[in-house]
Design a protein around this ligand. Structure first.
Ligand code: RP5
Length: 162
């Protein structure tokens, strides 16, 4: 059973979303990833949300570019947390997707992370933190990962100050 469901608006988003899957896997979190568009396949998107909820999904992560309505469309159909990854495009550099993802009406939040790969990674960390609220073992893994990040920064700092 996938606790995290990742939807991408297009196959062309996959390269920028793949770090999300890597972080989830490193924490042992099961995920399901697929392509579904708010505009091109609205019925498929609706069914994916309903079926995923029924199967026990806890968090949705949605990545889309341009008129990035996917996360909002999912948020309209679930009360489970929805995290949005804005994907950059050539014409407007991703500001279009960022605003479309973040500017949700009251009552339908989308937790919007940074653009592209950096956002994809943090979408996974945020999903993990949400799941960790009811999973002490996962909370310990997150703590351990942060301790390693801290140690890596301290080690780099020592090397540079030598
Ligand atoms: C959005 O339009 C997708 O999420 C993608 O970022 C962008 C371009 O899609 P394609 O034309 O590459 O399918 O819906």
């Amino acid at each position: 059973m996938a606790k995290v469901v990742i939807l991408m608006g297009s196959q062309s988003d996959e390269d920028k979303v793949s770090p999300c899957v890597e972080v989830l896997k490193s924490l042992g979190i099961s995920c399901f990833i697929t392509v579904s568009s708010a505009h091109r396949t609205p019925e498929r998107t609706e069914k994916l949300v309903a079926d995923s909820e029924a199967a026990g999904a806890q968090v949705f992560i949605c990545a889309a570019g341009m008129a990035a309505h996917l996360a909002g469309a999912v948020a309209a159909r679930t009360t489970r947390p929805v995290i949005g990854i804005p994907v950059s495009s050539v014409a407007l550099g991703g500001m279009d997707a960022l605003l479309a993802t973040v500017q949700m009406p009251p009552g339908f939040p989308v937790a919007t992370v940074a653009l592209d790969k950096a956002g994809a990674r943090n979408a996974a960390w945020l999903a993990a933190q949400i799941l960790a609220l009811s999973d002490p073992a996962l909370a310990s893994k997150i703590d351990a990962a942060r301790a390693k990040m801290r140690a890596d920064v301290e080690k780099s700092g020592e090397e540079i100050s030598r």
